[in-house]
Design a protein around this ligand. Structure first.
Ligand SMILES: Cc1cc2nc3c(=O)[nH]c(=O)nc-3n(C[C@H](O)[C@H](O)[C@H](O)COP(=O)(O)O)c2cc1C
Length: 164
């Protein structure tokens, strides 16, 4: 049994998709939690804000959840051919403690998924680049879905099976 953490960058169709991944994982006997980055309402990361004790943000709870998970599935819509600011911003806050962040990410199995307006190929590429850069073991197969493309249930199952 594996412990999954589904991380969604938005609270609409991508949250639904993250919940769907979590449901399939649970049906297969795994543990699965979903974290919605929108609900965290993180202020925009700046070096000045992160170095000011009065303004910095405590992301230790999310860090702990990410450490405890055996695998992450990151679900995000495409924004302007890339990833949405909620995801980029959360990663910037998480990487404040750079050495621990690298340790947490190194070798972590990560699956990528999207529900976007179009195909979503660009957000998958953007997330693949970032998560590979920070040392994660990003799975080759990813799930793309959008207004004109239903999420393929076989891909969801295969991703869970391969990440577990
Ligand atoms: C600021 C902004 C930029 C967007 N840019 C793109 C884009 O480049 N490509 C695309 O396919 N969809 C784009 N979309 C559409 C979203 O990917 C789509 O509406 C997605 O399903 C939203 O996810 P949500 O329902 O979880 O909020 C954009 C939406 C917004 C708000």
């Amino acid at each position: 049994m594996a412990k999954f953490l589904m991380i969604t960058a938005t609270s609409g169709t991508n949250l639904e998709l993250a919940e769907r991944f979590a449901g399939v994982a649970r049906e297969k006997g795994h543990d699965a939690d979903v974290v919605d980055l929108v609900e965290m309402e993180l202020p925009m990361f700046t070096v000045a804000r992160s170095s000011d004790p009065e303004q910095t943000v405590d992301v230790s709870e999310l860090t702990q959840q990410m450490i405890e998970a055996d695998a992450w599935i990151v679900v995000a819509p495409e924004y302007n051919g890339s990833m949405p600011p909620t995801l980029n911003n959360a990663i910037a806050w998480l990487s404040g403690d750079w050495q621990n962040f690298r340790t947490m990410c190194t070798g972590k199995p990560v699956g990528l998924a999207t529900h976007s307006g179009g195909g979503g190929a660009h957000v998958i590429m953007a997330m693949r680049q970032m998560f590979s850069f920070i040392g994660a073991d990003v799975m080759g197969r990813a799930l793309t879905s959008g207004r004109n493309k239903e999420a393929n249930p076989e891909t969801i199952e295969a991703m869970i099976d391969n990440l577990a």
